[in-house]
Write a protein that binds this ligand. Sequence first.
Ligand code: ADP
Ligand code: MG
Length: 623
Amino acid sequence: MALLQISEPGLSPEPHARKRAVGIDLGTTNSLVATVREQGAETLPDLAGRHILPSIVHYGEEHQILVGHDARARVTEDPLNTLISVKRLMGRGKADVHTLDGVMPYNFADKEGMAAIQTRQGAVSPVEASASILKELSDRAQETLGGSLVGAVITVPAYFDDSQRQATRDAARLAGINVLRLLNEPTAAAVAYGLDQAEEGVIAVYDLGGGTFDISVLRISKGVFEVLATGGDTALGGDDFDQAVVGWVLEQAGVAANTLNASELRQLSLSGCAAKEALTTAETAEILFREKSYTLSRDSFNELVDPLVDRTLKACRRALRDAGLRADDVGEVVMVGGSTRVPRVRERVTELLGRKPHVDIDPDRVVAIGAAMQADILAGNKPADEMLLLDVIPLSLGLETMGGLMEKVIHRNTTIPVARAQEFTTFKDGQTAMSIHVLQGERELIQDNRSLARFSLRGIPPMPAGAAKIRVTFQVDADGLLSVRAQELSSGIESEVQVKPSYGLTDGEITRMLQESYTHAVDDKDLRALREQQVEADRILDALNVALEADGKALLSEQEFNGLLAEAEKLQLARNGSDAGAIKQAIDATSKASDFFAARRMNSKIKTALSGHSVNEFENKAE
Ligand code: ADP
Ligand code: MG
């Protein structure tokens, strides 16, 4: 019989013990998968040696689904069943996408509240189409790496909201992928360049792809990325450069664009794109149109695209302004997206930001590579101290509850954007207003935390204590802005406040607050238990006193009355002390001792009601 082998702690018996984890750049036009191997992070090619997978899915006859290059081949012949750019529809309802009706050729349908596209295989949601793309990449990775994956880090645009992120997670689940984390695309690019290792600094990530432009301003501080601002243009990219070249050729040829048929136009667009890409390295490029050749120089091309580049720079300036920064506050610039290969783009960005951008990693692959590096760490292939914290809130956010306690609603290290709701209730009978105190920090008592904002919710319908339902929603957007909204559920009245939790908070302070929470963890826990018991004792004492005053004389003998008063005194005594256990005991004792009184009050109420008085009337009198 073979013996089971056990290796020495810390020594792995085989070189392949690295856990298989990947980074996936799920792009609008193209997607990629990357992993970290012995030799470093790299994207993985398909069997034909192609790294890029076009983000296109074709729904053919007999349930056939094609993904990537094969699907792209169907775009022109079968456009309605070939889905492109589904990322633009992720997490959107049908009502949200009607603006795309003209832009996208599809017939939109509604599927479980989400926008879906009508194909010959039925309505397909963007989540399902994205799942097919993810599955293709995950299959490729499993075949290349020789086994199943522990998980994947999937990138999303920094401006994706909660529902768009949830849709991305759903797509991964549908593809059978365990999501280690969703990572912002600009953060992934910064990680690929090792910029997360910097102690502190501001990073601008300029991402110019085929059809979209994104600018993100990030702040890195001790491994924590914060998105300071995002901006861009969802309809500006390399495709527009191609069209600028097309326009130039038509002008040279003296031909009006609307006289070209669809196939001629497509052919010319492809030639324009090829010329554009050639001009990245060559000084001139030839374009053939109606059997004549036109020579485009780099200089003329630069002039053609300058207005487009201007638009990206304008968005950069706006994002910097939103972040409250000037161009020279930017420490590092990272270039992402195929169109940042265009020399003119690099020149102008360098000029604006006064920094040479990072361009050494292939701009098509840099996001996937950063995601793979993050996946490698999250899968546990690196020592724990190299663990990164990314796009997270550094300190918990919550609000003040009875007893001067902080109730955390969003815990520290939660990735943003995030929304969490929690229900609270009133403490007193007939309470019509609630004061909401928003706090930041890790400690149990409010005075040990940072006060962020206060606001009140007024107009709560009067109800017995504990009956009102107030839903408080905390939402932190991708830029770190916190909105707190309180809503009373029966009447719908609501009130809201917005704050920037990072405002005026230095890194030193964050560290101090965290350290204090560790050193006081035990005291804090005891204090919280004590405060909770005190609040409960107050509630019981309040109720008992009200009841004694109302019905004590009528329903109790003098001995019983005094007995309950003595119980209440004992409870009050315990409550004033600092022994949570003793208070708990006194609460239990008082509850037990007063049970018979509660029962009598109930009976008496019923009798009163039967004798022609309403319970309400009785209760009003009792108050
Ligand atoms: P997306 O982010 O939209 O998926 P990519 O980042 O893959 O797009 O960028 C695609 C764009 O990059 C296309 O417009 C393509 O023509 C352009 N591009 C790729 N290589 C070059 C090059 N060498 N020179 C100029 N543009 C290029
Ligand atoms: Mg991209």
